[in-house]
Structures are given as C-alpha cells and as structure tokens.
Design a protein around this ligand. Structure first.
Ligand code: MOS
Length: 718
C-alpha cells in the first residue's frame, strides 16, 4: 500500500483492530492477569445497615475455615495515610470512605471486612462466616426525606462551573404572561452500571512497588489514588488495564476492590485478586442518581418559546457531594429569552453516585424533551416543527456562537429515514397490522464537545512499522482502532503497519477515557506525535517528503517523538456541542399495555467521523441504554433501609436482543473548523441522550397517556 492509499484511512469504516483478539479469547482483562506464584483471592463482606457503628465483628470462624490466609477488618487492617487526592471525576466536595480504617458505616453495602484465601470459593465461604453486629444510627433512607433537605452543590462545584441556580431574564414573569403554558414533573429512578465485566483488581507488591491490574477507564487516576491512599510516590505504582469489558463511567474512579486488593496483598505478602460480585456492583460502585425534575414552558401561539423554568434535584451520599450538570441544556438547547434553572442535591445514606454515560444531560434532556412534547400538544403543533422554530445559532446561555450546529439537518435526515410524515398527529390514531397502537415520538440530543491535554508517543521502526502509545483506555468505543487510523493517516503508513498501545501508566499520559473527549484530546496528541516523528525521520535524510517506510529502512534505527497537546481558547470563543435528533416508534398492546420499540432512528452532527463503523456502534449502543432507561431499568431502593433490592441481572432488567428492534444511526455532514485540530466533537455519550424522551413521547402518541415516571412499565400505561 502506498502512502496515498493510507492517507484516506480516516473516515473509513475500519473493523476493530483488537476484534480478532477479543473474539478468540486472546484479550486479557483485569482479573485474568497472572501475577505470578502465590495468588490469593479476596471476598468482601459488606454492611447491612445504612448508617452506624460496627458494635462487634467476629472473625474466628472465618479464620479457621479451610484455605483462609487472613481476614481483614478495621481492627487489624493496616492504618493507611489516605492523603487527599481528587481526580477530575471524583466529587470535589466531601471525603471518600477510608476502607477498614474505623468502625463507621455510612451506607448499605459498605465493605467492612475482607476474607483472603487460597481459592475464590474458600474466600467466599470464609466471608460468609464473618459475624458483624451494628449500632445503627439515624439515617436518611427515603429519597423523599432526602429531598426535603436538598442543598445547592457547593462552592467547589461552583469553581468547576456548576451553579445551583442559573438562567437569564425573568422566567416567572415571562411564564405568567405566556399565552400557552405547560408544567409537569418527571421522575427518573436510580440507574446502576451493569457492564458484563464487573470491577476487579489483581494487586502485587514487589520491593515496595505496587502493580495493579485493574478494570478502569483511567490508569493514571488509579495510580494517583493508590499513591495517595498508601502514601507512596506515584512512580512506585504501576497500573495496567489494556482491555475493559464494558464501562459507561463506572471506571472513572477506583472502587473498594482496588484499595482492598492492594491492602490485602501487602498484608499477606502475596498477590491478591478482588472482584466485585454483581450484587456488590450495586452497593460499592456509583450509579446514575435518582432525580425529580419540574419543568414549566411558556410559548406564544406560534410556538416561539417565551420562558423555560427547569428545577431538578438528585440524590447524593452524606460523605461526598456528587452533582452533575442536569439543567445546562435547558439554558442553551433552544432560543428563549427568559430562563431559570435551579438544581439541588439531596444527601442520603447511600454510596456516592457517579457519572454514567451522558451524565446530567441524559437526565435533564429527558425532562426538557418530554416537556417540549407536552407543549407541542398544547399548541396543537408538530413536535419537530416546535423544535425547529426555536433553533438558534447562538448559545444564549453564554452569548457566543456554536462552533457548529446541525440540529435542523439532524431532524430532517432522521425524520426522512424514519418516515415522520406518515404520522397521524392524533394520539391513538395509528395501528399496526397486529392491532397494536402505534406511536411516533421524537426528541433532541446534545452533548458538549470537550477537550483535555493529552500526550502520545510515536515510535517509528526500521522495518517501516510504527508503535504509537498513550495511557488511555478502550472501554468499548474502539479507541485502539480509531487511534490506529489517525496514526496511520498522519504517518502515511498502511493501517496494518501501525500498532496502537494503551492502558499502562508507563505510557505517556492520556486524559480520563470519558466525557466523549478521547478523540478530540488524545486524537490530537496522536496526530501531533505522528506528525513530529515523521518530520524527524524525513529531516534525518534531509527530505521534506518521501515514502516513510523507505526512509525508515534507510535510517536503520528507531525514530521517536513524544508530544503533548492542549486545547487553546477555542472553547471560550465558541460553544461546542454535538447535537442530534432521535425518533422512536412504539407499539403498545391495547389490552396488556406492553410497550415494544420496533424502531429507533437517530441523526447526529458530531463534526468529523473518524470511523463510521465504530461510531455507529457507539450510537446504537447508547440507544439501547436509552431504551433500558425508558422501559426496563431502575434500581429499587428500599425506603426503610436504603438497600438496593433488585441488585442482580435477573431483577435489574437491561434490554436484551429480543427487546431491541431496528436501530438506525446516521451522521449528517458537518465540518467544524473551530473545535479542535481533528474537527471532531465526540459521540460516545450523545447516543443515550433523548432516547427515553422520544420513547415516552411515542407512548403518548400511541395511547394518549403521559408517563412521567420512568421506566414506562405496564401499570403506568394502563
Ligand atoms: Mo463517561 S460517563 O465520561 O464514561
């Protein structure tokens, strides 16, 4: 292949370069690493009260059980320094739980002991023999009680740009004067992370150095956190995570399995593996918080928005404040002069929530886009037309223009593919050939285009191949593949001569693999490192342009460049967001009220698309998650003791293949010259945004029933 052919590799639907390894079982996930001889297994014992003190803890039977190496509790666990450390994705307010450091219990499911044994079975059995009694203390367990004491997110969130109150103009006055008004409350339950690979860690100490094989979206953060917890210089900690079996934000911060594995490994002086059970995934990791939103919209009779008032409250823990930007989209998505937003967090005796795909937006846009549908009905106006009438090229929350915005084109493209024009606007008017009520619904989607500093290394070898590396992760989007494409194109080498490596703290520093910013951030660094390495190689032989493989053979030794790139001020001069439009068709059984989703169609403006194949996978995967949010997923928390009661995949229902109909995702042509060197806006999260609203709006269209509490279950449609 010539360099000309390689130059067109960006934009091609390249299959995953790591696909063969994954399907052949050759990809090694965190808990599969072999740390060498002596590996033992840890099983976590968790608290059964929401708040209180450990009154007594009896480990005698566990210690006497077969194969047990140690049982760690707050009484014998090593005292750890737990220095302050806050990664970008840790809540800025509050303090993390210091594991096994005292007798305090702050939430159901908090680790209170770790049984370490020769085998997993022996560890699990020993853990079952640990007897704990508690002195319970008063706890806020019901969400409604927590809401009564809700507070603004706090000053450190303000420093990050998240205010409790926002908006412009006088929304109350504008609402009062608006000829058409709607107001409604929407309830969104807690949603838990359910990647098929649970969180797990293998820890090994060797001469005072700690190596961790961990499931994470951010090896550098795990290193920094463990260095802080154990009081080590960061260069004494290595974290390795080449493959992740699905993660949607749960890998953004290290959970108890990491610290407990490292603690136990040091204590027993052997490598230790700790993997969370599915039930523990609901009690130890974070989750999308339960929230309640109230939205009031005012418009003139032509559908021009005159006022938006959007209030939201979401749960957090008592020891940290987790807040997310739930209401920002109500300030910029549509043109509207008078806007008021009010966001509060409700502390509850539960573990701290955390980011879950499209955090904040998924929640806030759901409420806004359901309300927009209610307004369209009140106006007797087509819901698409209502959105388009309030389209804007300026972000009115900041007064700066959007770097690019194709919301209108998205509605046109998706609406056409969907067949929106076939919609009879009257609710209940459409039926399918099986007599089911058919509904069509739509919603807007939006996600900010962000960018972080990133570092990458390109190493060009005499055989005409290249190895490019950075400490990033690939939790599913296809980062191995897309970075290989960017590198191959920049170097002018064929794709198969380029290998991209990630997931090791020994590599140049990548930002957290999240926020939909990996391509913008790391892609820019990979591009810059490859351009620099190529420039150096050509300079060696005094040429400005030549076939790189031939040049490398001529040089006869490796040429390397490590480059760090940072965003400029472009994201202050422009408001940068991906936008999309999603359409849902539902079929509702008129007798049983079961809701099926035969079709979801989405169109998105995300800037340049590096790989349409993996990009489409990202969006359709996100759509399935949105379908789960709409129809099946909810974590039931017992209001009496804050225990998640459906903490298994049998009781927490994620959509399966049989639930999913036709998924269609397309990208509109969009060139964004402002946003970053690659012109990419990110598409990891936007696929989930708006889906639940489109489905709820379709259910209304099918049945005339507004279901304002998710998920849309049979009894709520009846
Ligand atoms: Mo995403 S919630 O930043 O993994």
């Amino acid at each position: 292949m010539t360099s000309t052919a390689a130059a067109s590799v960006v934009g091609q639907p390249v299959s995953r370069v790591d696909g063969p390894l994954k399907v052949a079982g050759g990809a090694t996930y965190a808990a599969e690493f072999d740390p060498g001889p002596g590996l033992c297994h840890g099983a976590i014992v968790t608290s059964t009260v929401a708040s209180g003190r450990i009154a007594s803890i009896d480990t005698a039977a566990a210690e006497a059980a077969p194969g047990v190496v140690a049982v760690l509790t707050h009484r014998n666990a090593p005292v750890l320094p737990y220095h302050e450390h806050k990664g970008l994705t840790d809540p800025p307010e509050g303090e993390r739980i210091h594991l096994l450091q005292d007798d305090r219990v702050r939430h159901q499911g908090q680790p209170v002991a770790l049984a370490v044994a020769e085998t997993l079975e022996e560890a699990v059995y020993a853990a079952s023999l640990v007897r704990v009694s508690y002195r319970p203390e008063s706890a806020v367990t019901a969400f409604s009680d927590a809401v009564a004491h809700a507070v603004p997110p706090g000053p450190r969130y303000r420093d990050r740009g998240l205010e409790g109150d926002g908006g412009r103009g006088d929304a109350d006055a504008a609402l009062g004067a608006a000829p058409v008004r709607i107001e409604a409350e929407y309830v969104m339950p807690r949603l838990n992370h359910n990647p098929i690979e649970p969180h797990g860690t293998v820890a090994r100490w060797s001469e005072g150095e700690l190596t961790l094989w961990d499931k994470t979206q951010w090896v550098d953060n795990v290193r920094a956190e463990m260095a802080a917890v154990f009081g080590l210089p960061p260069d004494r900690v290595r974290v390795v995570s080449p493959f992740v079996g699905g993660a949607f934000g749960s890998g953004l911060r290290p959970w108890a399995n990491v610290t407990l594995a490292a603690m136990a490994s040091r204590h027993v002086d052997r490598p230790v593996k700790v993997v969370l059970t599915r039930r523990q995934m609901f009690g130890i990791t974070g989750y999308r918080p339960r929230s309640t939103h109230r939205v009031a919209l005012g418009a003139d009779r032509d559908g021009q928005l005159l006022a938006i008032r959007h209030e939201g409250v979401s749960e957090t823990s008592t020891y940290e404040t987790y807040a997310e930007e739930q209401l920002g989209s109500s300030e910029y998505l549509y043109a509207c002069r008078d806007v008021a937003t009010r966001y509060r967090v409700a502390p509850r005796n539960v573990q701290t929530p955390n980011d879950m795909r499209g955090p904040g937006k998924v929640t806030g846009v759901h409420a806004l886009e359901c309300a927009m549908d209610e307004l369209a009905a009140a106006l007797d106006m087509d819901p698409v037309e209502l959105r388009l009438r309030n389209d804007t090229i300026v972000d009115q929350s900041t007064g700066v223009p959007f770097s690019s915005r194709s919301l209108r084109e998205c509605y046109q493209a998706a609406g056409e593919r969907f067949g929106w024009s076939r919609r009879n606007p009257r609710p209940g008017a459409m039926r399918d050939e099986r007599g089911r009520l058919v509904g069509y619904g739509c919603a807007s989607a939006t996600w900010p285009a962000m960018r972080q500093a990133a570092e990458a290394r390109a190493r060009l070898l005499p055989d005409g191949s290249a190895v490019v590396s950075s400490s990033s992760s690939d939790m599913g989007p296809g980062t191995y593949t897309s970075m290989t494409q960017v590198a191959a194109e920049t170097l002018g080498l064929p794709l198969e001569r380029v290998r991209f490596e990630l997931g090791d703290t020994r590599m140049p520093t990548a930002p957290v693999h999240g926020g939909s910013w990996t391509m913008a951030s790391l892609g820019s660094a990979v591009q810059a490192a490859c351009a620099e390495a190529r420039r150096r190689a050509l300079a060696e032989i005094g040429r400005a342009d030549a076939d790189l493989a031939a040049v490398l053979r001529q040089i006869g030794e490796p040429v390397e460049a490590t480059v760090r790139t940072e965003p400029g001020d472009e994201l202050r001069r422009y408001s940068a967001h991906s936008f999309g439009a999603v359409f849902a068709e539902v079929a509702v059984d008129p007798d049983l009220c079961t809701v099926r989703v035969p079709r979801l169609v989405g169109a998105y403006g995300v800037g340049r698309v590096v790989n349409p194949k993996t990009a489409r996978s990202q969006i359709t995967g996100g759509m399935v998650m949105g379908m789960g949010m709409a129809l099946t997923e909810r974590t039931e928390v017992d209001p009496r003791d804050a225990r998640p009661v459906n903490s298994s995949l049998a009781d927490y229902l994620v959509p399966v293949n049989a639930d999913v109909g036709e998924l269609d995702a397309v990208f509109v042509d969009e060139e964004d010259p402002h946003v970053n060197p690659l012109g990419v806006k990110g598409l990891g999260e936007i696929g989930t945004v708006g889906v639940a609203a489109a489905i709820c709006n379709a259910v209304y269209h099918a049945t005339g029933r507004r279901v304002r509490e998710l998920p849309v279950t049979v009894e709520r449609v009846l």
